[in-house]
Design a protein around this ligand. Structure first.
Ligand code: NAD
Ligand code: ZN
Length: 249
Protein backbone atom coordinates (compact mmCIF):
# COMPACT_ATOMS: atom_id res chain seq x y z
CA UNK A 1 0.00 0.00 0.00
CA UNK A 2 2.73 2.49 0.94
CA UNK A 3 4.66 1.57 -2.21
CA UNK A 4 1.43 1.93 -4.16
CA UNK A 5 0.76 5.42 -2.88
CA UNK A 6 4.38 6.56 -3.30
CA UNK A 7 4.40 5.41 -6.92
CA UNK A 8 0.96 6.91 -7.53
CA UNK A 9 2.13 10.22 -6.10
CA UNK A 10 5.23 10.22 -8.28
CA UNK A 11 3.17 9.52 -11.42
CA UNK A 12 0.46 12.08 -10.63
CA UNK A 13 2.92 14.85 -9.80
CA UNK A 14 5.06 14.27 -12.88
CA UNK A 15 2.15 14.14 -15.34
CA UNK A 16 1.07 17.13 -17.42
CA UNK A 17 -1.85 15.73 -19.40
CA UNK A 18 -4.04 13.68 -17.18
CA UNK A 19 -7.26 11.75 -17.75
CA UNK A 20 -9.27 10.75 -14.69
CA UNK A 21 -11.91 8.02 -15.00
CA UNK A 22 -14.40 7.76 -12.14
CA UNK A 23 -17.14 5.31 -11.16
CA UNK A 24 -19.75 5.12 -8.46
CA UNK A 25 -17.05 4.62 -5.78
CA UNK A 26 -16.01 8.28 -5.82
CA UNK A 27 -19.51 9.31 -4.75
CA UNK A 28 -19.88 6.60 -2.08
CA UNK A 29 -18.42 8.95 0.57
CA UNK A 30 -21.06 11.52 -0.43
CA UNK A 31 -23.70 9.00 0.67
CA UNK A 32 -24.68 7.77 -2.81
CA UNK A 33 -24.87 3.97 -2.88
CA UNK A 34 -23.01 2.05 -5.58
CA UNK A 35 -24.97 -0.60 -7.49
CA UNK A 36 -22.95 -3.43 -6.11
CA UNK A 37 -23.70 -4.88 -2.70
CA UNK A 38 -26.82 -5.02 -0.58
CA UNK A 39 -26.97 -1.26 0.01
CA UNK A 40 -27.51 -0.77 -3.73
CA UNK A 41 -30.85 -2.57 -3.64
CA UNK A 42 -34.12 -0.62 -3.69
CA UNK A 43 -37.38 -2.24 -2.49
CA UNK A 44 -35.62 -5.57 -3.18
CA UNK A 45 -35.10 -4.70 -6.85
CA UNK A 46 -31.67 -5.12 -8.38
CA UNK A 47 -30.69 -1.90 -10.25
CA UNK A 48 -29.49 -4.07 -13.13
CA UNK A 49 -33.15 -5.08 -13.62
CA UNK A 50 -34.46 -1.50 -13.45
CA UNK A 51 -31.93 0.42 -15.54
CA UNK A 52 -32.97 -1.25 -18.79
CA UNK A 53 -35.21 -0.26 -21.73
CA UNK A 54 -37.27 -3.44 -21.19
CA UNK A 55 -38.06 -2.53 -17.56
CA UNK A 56 -39.01 1.00 -18.59
CA UNK A 57 -41.38 -0.01 -21.36
CA UNK A 58 -42.95 -2.65 -19.13
CA UNK A 59 -43.44 -0.34 -16.18
CA UNK A 60 -42.29 3.28 -16.65
CA UNK A 61 -43.83 4.38 -13.35
CA UNK A 62 -41.86 1.82 -11.34
CA UNK A 63 -38.59 2.73 -13.03
CA UNK A 64 -39.33 6.43 -12.52
CA UNK A 65 -40.09 5.82 -8.80
CA UNK A 66 -36.63 4.31 -8.48
CA UNK A 67 -35.05 7.26 -10.32
CA UNK A 68 -37.07 9.68 -8.22
CA UNK A 69 -35.67 8.08 -5.05
CA UNK A 70 -32.12 8.26 -6.43
CA UNK A 71 -32.60 11.90 -7.41
CA UNK A 72 -33.79 12.62 -3.84
CA UNK A 73 -30.55 11.13 -2.44
CA UNK A 74 -28.43 12.95 -5.01
CA UNK A 75 -30.14 16.30 -4.57
CA UNK A 76 -28.99 16.39 -0.93
CA UNK A 77 -25.54 14.94 -1.59
CA UNK A 78 -22.48 17.19 -1.51
CA UNK A 79 -19.17 16.62 -3.29
CA UNK A 80 -16.56 15.02 -1.01
CA UNK A 81 -12.78 15.65 -0.74
CA UNK A 82 -12.20 13.18 -3.61
CA UNK A 83 -14.29 15.29 -6.02
CA UNK A 84 -12.54 18.48 -4.86
CA UNK A 85 -9.07 16.94 -5.23
CA UNK A 86 -9.92 16.16 -8.87
CA UNK A 87 -10.95 19.79 -9.40
CA UNK A 88 -7.59 20.88 -7.94
CA UNK A 89 -5.84 18.51 -10.35
CA UNK A 90 -7.68 20.07 -13.30
CA UNK A 91 -6.36 23.49 -12.26
CA UNK A 92 -2.78 22.22 -11.87
CA UNK A 93 -2.38 20.33 -15.13
CA UNK A 94 -1.78 21.61 -18.64
CA UNK A 95 -4.43 19.32 -20.06
CA UNK A 96 -7.17 17.56 -18.17
CA UNK A 97 -10.21 15.42 -19.01
CA UNK A 98 -12.54 13.72 -16.58
CA UNK A 99 -14.52 10.74 -17.82
CA UNK A 100 -17.22 9.75 -15.37
CA UNK A 101 -19.66 6.88 -15.36
CA UNK A 102 -21.61 8.70 -12.70
CA UNK A 103 -24.91 10.39 -13.40
CA UNK A 104 -25.07 12.35 -10.13
CA UNK A 105 -23.56 15.66 -11.32
CA UNK A 106 -21.23 15.88 -8.29
CA UNK A 107 -18.10 16.53 -10.36
CA UNK A 108 -19.74 19.65 -11.80
CA UNK A 109 -20.89 20.62 -8.30
CA UNK A 110 -17.25 20.37 -7.17
CA UNK A 111 -16.21 22.74 -9.96
CA UNK A 112 -14.58 20.33 -12.43
CA UNK A 113 -15.16 21.67 -15.94
CA UNK A 114 -13.92 19.34 -18.65
CA UNK A 115 -16.23 16.45 -17.82
CA UNK A 116 -17.52 13.70 -20.13
CA UNK A 117 -20.60 12.13 -18.52
CA UNK A 118 -20.34 8.91 -20.47
CA UNK A 119 -23.60 7.49 -19.08
CA UNK A 120 -25.52 10.77 -19.21
CA UNK A 121 -27.05 12.70 -16.34
CA UNK A 122 -29.84 12.10 -13.89
CA UNK A 123 -30.72 15.79 -14.16
CA UNK A 124 -31.72 15.51 -17.81
CA UNK A 125 -34.87 13.89 -19.14
CA UNK A 126 -35.61 12.88 -22.71
CA UNK A 127 -38.85 12.35 -24.65
CA UNK A 128 -39.26 8.77 -25.88
CA UNK A 129 -41.27 10.10 -28.88
CA UNK A 130 -39.66 13.30 -30.19
CA UNK A 131 -36.31 12.93 -28.33
CA UNK A 132 -36.49 16.44 -26.87
CA UNK A 133 -34.00 16.74 -24.00
CA UNK A 134 -34.51 19.06 -21.06
CA UNK A 135 -32.90 19.82 -17.70
CA UNK A 136 -35.07 18.81 -14.77
CA UNK A 137 -34.21 19.33 -11.09
CA UNK A 138 -37.66 18.65 -9.58
CA UNK A 139 -37.54 16.36 -6.55
CA UNK A 140 -39.95 14.67 -6.36
CA UNK A 141 -41.30 14.88 -9.90
CA UNK A 142 -45.03 15.61 -9.33
CA UNK A 143 -46.43 13.13 -11.86
CA UNK A 144 -44.72 9.92 -12.88
CA UNK A 145 -43.84 9.30 -15.63
CA UNK A 146 -43.37 12.95 -16.68
CA UNK A 147 -44.79 13.93 -20.08
CA UNK A 148 -43.18 15.92 -22.87
CA UNK A 149 -44.51 19.48 -23.10
CA UNK A 150 -43.85 19.51 -26.87
CA UNK A 151 -45.61 16.29 -27.95
CA UNK A 152 -47.13 14.66 -24.83
CA UNK A 153 -44.82 11.63 -25.09
CA UNK A 154 -43.47 9.79 -22.05
CA UNK A 155 -40.18 11.24 -20.78
CA UNK A 156 -37.33 8.99 -19.61
CA UNK A 157 -34.13 9.73 -17.71
CA UNK A 158 -31.45 10.78 -20.21
CA UNK A 159 -29.04 8.11 -19.02
CA UNK A 160 -27.54 5.15 -20.83
CA UNK A 161 -29.16 1.96 -19.59
CA UNK A 162 -27.80 -1.57 -19.50
CA UNK A 163 -28.22 -2.98 -23.00
CA UNK A 164 -28.07 0.46 -24.66
CA UNK A 165 -25.30 1.88 -26.78
CA UNK A 166 -23.30 4.91 -25.68
CA UNK A 167 -23.30 7.61 -28.39
CA UNK A 168 -20.18 7.07 -30.50
CA UNK A 169 -19.17 10.73 -30.29
CA UNK A 170 -18.87 10.40 -26.49
CA UNK A 171 -16.69 7.29 -26.73
CA UNK A 172 -14.52 8.98 -29.37
CA UNK A 173 -13.92 11.94 -27.06
CA UNK A 174 -12.82 9.56 -24.28
CA UNK A 175 -10.49 7.58 -26.53
CA UNK A 176 -9.02 10.76 -27.97
CA UNK A 177 -8.30 12.10 -24.47
CA UNK A 178 -6.64 8.81 -23.46
CA UNK A 179 -4.57 8.85 -26.63
CA UNK A 180 -3.31 12.37 -25.80
CA UNK A 181 -2.69 11.89 -22.07
CA UNK A 182 0.44 11.01 -20.15
CA UNK A 183 -1.41 9.43 -17.21
CA UNK A 184 -4.75 7.69 -16.67
CA UNK A 185 -6.06 7.76 -13.11
CA UNK A 186 -8.92 5.31 -12.49
CA UNK A 187 -10.98 5.92 -9.35
CA UNK A 188 -13.79 3.94 -7.72
CA UNK A 189 -14.87 1.78 -10.59
CA UNK A 190 -15.22 -1.98 -10.46
CA UNK A 191 -13.87 -2.32 -13.99
CA UNK A 192 -16.63 -4.65 -15.12
CA UNK A 193 -18.90 -2.27 -17.07
CA UNK A 194 -17.84 -1.65 -20.68
CA UNK A 195 -16.56 0.39 -22.43
CA UNK A 196 -14.87 2.03 -19.44
CA UNK A 197 -13.64 -1.37 -18.19
CA UNK A 198 -11.28 -1.54 -21.18
CA UNK A 199 -9.97 2.02 -20.95
CA UNK A 200 -7.16 1.04 -18.57
CA UNK A 201 -6.03 -1.63 -21.02
CA UNK A 202 -6.29 0.76 -23.96
CA UNK A 203 -4.05 3.21 -22.10
CA UNK A 204 -1.56 0.46 -21.23
CA UNK A 205 -1.49 -0.68 -24.85
CA UNK A 206 -0.45 2.87 -25.81
CA UNK A 207 2.23 2.69 -23.11
CA UNK A 208 0.57 5.23 -20.84
CA UNK A 209 0.99 4.79 -17.10
CA UNK A 210 -2.19 3.89 -15.22
CA UNK A 211 -2.90 4.49 -11.53
CA UNK A 212 -5.92 2.99 -9.77
CA UNK A 213 -7.63 3.88 -6.50
CA UNK A 214 -10.21 1.51 -5.09
CA UNK A 215 -11.19 -0.05 -1.79
CA UNK A 216 -10.98 -3.49 -3.36
CA UNK A 217 -9.02 -5.43 -5.97
CA UNK A 218 -10.37 -5.08 -9.52
CA UNK A 219 -9.70 -7.03 -12.73
CA UNK A 220 -7.08 -4.38 -13.68
CA UNK A 221 -5.20 -4.23 -10.38
CA UNK A 222 -2.25 -6.44 -11.39
CA UNK A 223 -1.84 -4.70 -14.75
CA UNK A 224 -1.52 -1.10 -13.62
CA UNK A 225 1.58 0.85 -12.63
CA UNK A 226 0.21 1.63 -9.18
CA UNK A 227 -2.88 0.44 -7.33
CA UNK A 228 -3.74 2.22 -4.14
CA UNK A 229 -6.20 0.47 -1.85
CA UNK A 230 -8.25 2.98 0.07
CA UNK A 231 -11.12 5.43 -0.01
CA UNK A 232 -10.90 7.97 -2.81
CA UNK A 233 -11.92 10.79 -0.45
CA UNK A 234 -8.84 10.05 1.65
CA UNK A 235 -6.30 9.02 -1.01
CA UNK A 236 -6.94 11.63 -3.72
CA UNK A 237 -6.20 14.66 -1.51
CA UNK A 238 -2.88 12.99 -0.57
CA UNK A 239 -1.93 12.66 -4.23
CA UNK A 240 -2.88 16.20 -5.13
CA UNK A 241 -1.88 18.30 -2.16
CA UNK A 242 1.81 17.90 -2.79
CA UNK A 243 3.35 19.21 0.40
CA UNK A 244 0.96 17.36 2.68
CA UNK A 245 1.47 14.08 0.89
CA UNK A 246 5.25 14.50 0.76
CA UNK A 247 5.30 14.82 4.53
CA UNK A 248 3.10 11.82 5.07
CA UNK A 249 5.05 9.42 2.88
P1 NAD B 1 -18.83 0.62 -10.33
O1 NAD B 1 -18.81 -0.52 -11.28
O2 NAD B 1 -18.20 1.88 -10.75
O3 NAD B 1 -18.31 0.03 -8.85
C1 NAD B 1 -18.07 0.81 -7.70
C2 NAD B 1 -16.61 0.62 -7.32
O4 NAD B 1 -16.27 1.61 -6.37
C3 NAD B 1 -16.29 -0.75 -6.69
O5 NAD B 1 -15.16 -1.29 -7.31
C4 NAD B 1 -15.96 -0.38 -5.22
O6 NAD B 1 -14.95 -1.21 -4.69
C5 NAD B 1 -15.46 1.03 -5.37
N1 NAD B 1 -15.62 1.87 -4.18
C6 NAD B 1 -16.66 1.92 -3.31
N2 NAD B 1 -16.46 2.88 -2.39
C7 NAD B 1 -15.26 3.45 -2.68
C8 NAD B 1 -14.50 4.52 -2.11
N3 NAD B 1 -14.93 5.18 -1.03
N4 NAD B 1 -13.32 4.85 -2.68
C9 NAD B 1 -12.86 4.19 -3.77
N5 NAD B 1 -13.54 3.17 -4.36
C10 NAD B 1 -14.72 2.82 -3.82
O7 NAD B 1 -20.17 1.10 -10.06
P2 NAD B 1 -21.43 0.26 -9.84
O8 NAD B 1 -21.88 0.71 -8.50
O9 NAD B 1 -21.20 -1.20 -10.07
O10 NAD B 1 -22.37 0.83 -11.01
C11 NAD B 1 -22.34 0.51 -12.36
C12 NAD B 1 -22.92 1.68 -13.18
O11 NAD B 1 -23.94 2.42 -12.49
C13 NAD B 1 -21.87 2.71 -13.49
O12 NAD B 1 -22.17 3.30 -14.69
C14 NAD B 1 -22.09 3.72 -12.39
O13 NAD B 1 -21.55 4.96 -12.67
C15 NAD B 1 -23.58 3.77 -12.29
N6 NAD B 1 -23.90 4.30 -10.94
C16 NAD B 1 -23.73 5.64 -10.76
C17 NAD B 1 -23.92 6.20 -9.51
C18 NAD B 1 -23.67 7.68 -9.35
O14 NAD B 1 -23.93 8.45 -10.27
N7 NAD B 1 -23.17 8.10 -8.20
C19 NAD B 1 -24.29 5.39 -8.42
C20 NAD B 1 -24.48 4.00 -8.66
C21 NAD B 1 -24.27 3.48 -9.93
ZN1 ZN C 1 -41.80 14.90 -27.15
Amino acid sequence: MEKGIAKAYELVSSSNEIVVLTGAGISAESGIPTYRGQEGLWRNYDPHELATPEAFFKNPKLVWEWYDSRRAIMKNAKPNPGHFAITALEKEKRDFTLITQNVDGLHFAAGTRNVIEIHGSLWEIKCTECEKIEKNYQVPIPELPPKCDACGGVMRPNTVWFGEIIPMERIDRCLFAIEQCDLLLIVGTSGVVEPTASMGLIAKKSEKPVVEINIEITPGTGLYDASVMGKSGEILPLLVESETSRNRM
